[in-house]
Design a protein around this ligand. Structure first.
Ligand code: ISL
Ligand code: CA
Length: 568
């Protein structure tokens, strides 16, 4: 393998598909693999090189596929293994590679391993999961009144342990109670996982997005010291045992294939992230961090605050500077829509979505575009809990009820932050159900966003000034400029609410200017000298020359190439 071949993923843009919501080929209201195949030409035309497929494995769908009951087969409603093979080969014809979601922190409680495991304490699969006796409650020693083995809490709120009557013990679940955590202190578990990885890599996939990969190894099960959310995290976040497992997987599986891995790594700082993905250590190829996503709330995502651009871009700069290569994203299936969050989804919908595209596609690293982001899909503005499907939202809503939060506050929390905002069906056209179902009239599994008649692929394909056309142009530009693909990153001092940075490689230098606010901002004298003589490569405001560029208009974005002789 030449050096270039082994790092091909540095030069591609990735497109994330949430299969349930992308395209429904058979009219049952649920997206599926044949539906994805029917849209490959669209993705090729968009200019992406990799698809990340959220889980398509067999699952009882407690958490929409993130609870897996068979790792080596496809969920019936999504299609079959035959469809999956076709997807891989049809994508390959269009120079698109597929990576899959690897969810190995937990399985579904309906996975045969867990069904066995819960049967008896001496079952051969017992140690595939983490079982413990409850703590005796001193006030009442009867079994029913025992307490969970420790004080850890689940990511979805509430205790991380579930009592199981069959054997009278508790099992650990860091996510929903239908997602029991696997036990990586048991070497048999890793041996099984390796076989699963080889099964898919041999089929022709090009890597994995590794779900909550940095919490798979629990060093101890002692009580956590924190009293707030995610109690116990010091015993499982980025532990030495996890690093060893990742090194082992790279050495014994991934290095044998021309593939890459991106870890979804929760609660990491830049130093932990470097340990997980620096090329010398041989673990992951890149990681998704959350710090920039944590800048618009207090404590956790359910308590949103006003978006402060400078707080956000300061975090981006930190990650750009501390890591050699970032997995850049502004959206995914767990986050609300970026244009509604960091831009403006009403008056400045068009320019602000283009500004965010400019930012995403010019930072150093591999960009990840989430389905619908390329047409500026917005939050859905649901009307009440009956429209919400997400398991996490229901957990949190129930907890808030138990804590006696007034119903209006409870609903506000969900309405602002539910993951369902990102999961409404893809808006293909202005026909029935936004063209989500290729045939039939079945109700989609989640309500369509009511703005589909104005925001959809068909309209934007026909319009060269649309958000979609902007993504296409920027992806072409990115591929044609070595500095944007692989150049260094350097943030310039910039006025409040703006973000200005340079990308440079050899003699090529690009400058990116973004205004993240809805007001006009005057550029500093220093920046003005900097851009003098530059030539415009992209503008979301039809700017063709730098001549009058002394202010940035609301949500304006400009990419320019600095010509030789510019002040550095
Ligand atoms: O969305 C979140 C809660 O606000 C995150 O904490 C999320 O749970 C976390 O990023 C882990 O996400 C991944 O694993 C989960 C699954 O529900 C998410 O969809 C997945 O991206 C459990 O498998
Ligand atoms: Ca379907």
């Amino acid at each position: 393998m030449t050096k270039n071949e082994s790092t091909w993923w540095k030069e591609k843009a990735v497109y994330q598909i949430y299969p349930r919501s992308f395209c429904d080929s058979n009219g049952d209201g649920i997206g599926d693999i044949p539906g994805i195949i029917s849209k490959l030409d669209y993705l090729q035309d968009l200019g992406i090189g990799v698809i990340w497929l959220s889980p398509v494995y067999c699952s009882p769908n407690d958490d929409n596929g993130y609870d897996i009951s068979n790792y080596c087969d496809i969920q019936k409603e999504f299609g079959s293994l035959k469809d999956m093979k076709k997807l891989i080969s049809e994508a390959k014809k269009r120079d698109i590679r597929i990576i899959m979601d690897l969810v190995i922190n937990h399985t579904s409680d309906e996975h045969p391993w867990f069904i066995e495991s819960r049967k008896s304490t001496d079952n051969p699969y017992r140690d595939y999961y983490i079982w413990r006796k409850g703590k005796k409650n001193l006030k009442n020693s009867s079994k029913v009144h025992q307490k969970p083995p420790n004080n850890w809490s689940s990511f979805f709120s509430g205790p991380a342990w579930e009592y199981d009557g069959t054997t009278g013990e508790y099992y650990l679940h860091l996510f929903s109670r239908k997602q029991p955590d696997l036990n990586y202190q048991n070497p048999k578990v890793l041996a099984e996982i390796k076989e699963i990885l080889k099964f898919w890599l041999d089929m022709g996939i090009s890597g994995f997005r590794c779900d909550v990969i940095n919490v798979i190894y629990k060093t101890s099960l002692e009580d956590g010291k924190r009293r707030l959310a995610l109690t116990g995290r010091e015993h499982y976040v980025s532990q030495e045992g996890c690093h060893k497992i990742l090194q082992e997987l790279k050495r014994s599986v991934f290095s044998g294939y021309n593939c890459f891995t991106v870890g979804e790594t929760v609660l990491v700082d830049t130093s932990m992230a470097n340990d997980l993905c620096s090329s010398e250590r041989g673990e992951l190829d890149m990681v998704f961090s959350f710090e920039h996503m944590d800048t618009d709330h207090i404590n956790n995502k359910w308590f949103k605050t006003k978006f402060k651009p400078d707080k956000f871009t300061k975090v981006l700069t930190k990650w750009q500077s501390c890591l050699d290569w970032n997995a850049n994203y502004l959206e995914n299936h767990d986050q609300i829509r970026s244009v509604s969050r960091f831009g403006n989804d009403s008056k400045y919908h068009l320019v602000s979505a283009k500004m965010l595209a400019t930012l995403l596609l010019t930072l150093r690293g591999t960009p990840f575009i989430y389905q619908g982001e390329e047409i500026g899909m917005t939050n859905a503005y649901f009307s009440d809990m009956s429209e919400i499907k997400d398991v996490e939202s229901h957990y949190v809503h129930n907890l808030a009820k138990k804590l006696h939060f007034p119903s209006s506050i409870r609903w506000k929390m969900i309405q602002k932050s539910t993951r369902d905002h990102a999961r409404t069906p893809m808006q293909w056209n202005s026909q029935e159900n936004a063209g989500f179902s290729l045939k039939g009239k079945a109700e989609p599994w989640l309500r369509i966003n009511s703005n589909f008649r104005t925001i959809n692929v068909e309209r934007q394909t026909a319009d060269e000034n649309s958000i979609l056309s902007c993504y296409k142009k920027l992806l072409v530009l990115r591929n044609s400029k070595k500095s944007l693909l692989n150049g260094s990153f350097f943030a310039l001092p910039a006025p409040k609410n703006t973000y200005c940075f340079e990308r440079e490689l050899d003699n090529e230098r690009c400058l990116v200017l973004c205004n993240l606010s809805d007001s006009q901002v005057k550029l500093t004298k220093l920046l003005q000298t900097h851009i003098k003589n530059g030539s415009i490569l992209y503008s979301n405001y039809y700017r063709t020359t730098v001549k009058d560029l002394s202010c940035l208009d609301p949500y304006e974005a400009v990419i320019l190439e600095s010509n030789k002789g510019d002040a550095k």
